[in-house]
Design a protein around this ligand. Structure first.
Ligand code: HEM
Length: 153
């Protein structure tokens, strides 16, 4: 990623990160509405979709996803950023392996993240492509960790 791309990411990220839990909740709500089978992995699987946004565990997971992105975006452009991203996202992959989350589920979430960011930040096509580049990069780290584990599909 060149420095213009890093600047674009940091600048646009200011919008969703200003209200982290709401931004995460917007992402997760759309994720479960579009791909409801993912709900089965969560402790709030029995909560009706329309009540989820008020559920404390739902909101906790929503905020956590945003925090992981925030940490990643903060290190971008610093010395050793690639190694740090490796560390952050390998940790996510490893903590999720016992939950047997498929690559398909991750990709479903990726599409939703990019859609929500595009809407929230009014990204044009080239800005959306820059965001996709970042998400593809961190997903490469997750998928490598899954492949290395040899367990998940
Ligand atoms: C961008 C990708 C993702 C990020 C950054 C992320 C982040 C996190 C974090 C930080 C936690 C809490 C710490 C932990 O237990 O590891 C967590 C828990 C969890 N994640 Fe994810 N996650 C991601 C994708 C997914 C996907 C695709 C699923 C699939 C359904 C998923 C399912 C879960 C579940 C079931 C928990 C436990 C929730 C609870 O016990 O309340 N995650 N995630």
């Amino acid at each position: 990623m060149n420095s213009d791309e890093v600047q674009l990411i940091k600048k646009t990220w200011e919008i969703p990160v200003a209200t982290p839990t709401d931004s995460g909740a917007a992402i997760l709500t759309q994720f479960f509405n579009r791909f409801p089978s993912n709900l089965e992995k969560f402790p709030f699987r029995d909560v009706p979709l329309e009540e989820l946004s008020g559920n404390a565990r739902f909101r906790a997971h929503a905020g956590r996803i945003i925090r992981v992105f925030d940490e990643s975006i903060q290190v971008l452009g610093q010395e050793g950023d690639l190694e740090k991203l490796d560390e952050i996202w390998t940790k996510i992959a490893v903590s999720h392996i016992p939950r047997t989350i498929s690559k398909e589920s991750y990709n479903q979430l990726k599409g939703v993240i990019l859609d929500v960011l595009t809407a929230a930040c009014s990204l044009d096509e080239s800005q959306a492509a820059t965001w996709a580049k970042l998400v593809d990069h961190v997903y490469g780290i997750i998928f490598k960790a899954i492949d290395d584990d040899g367990n998940a599909k």
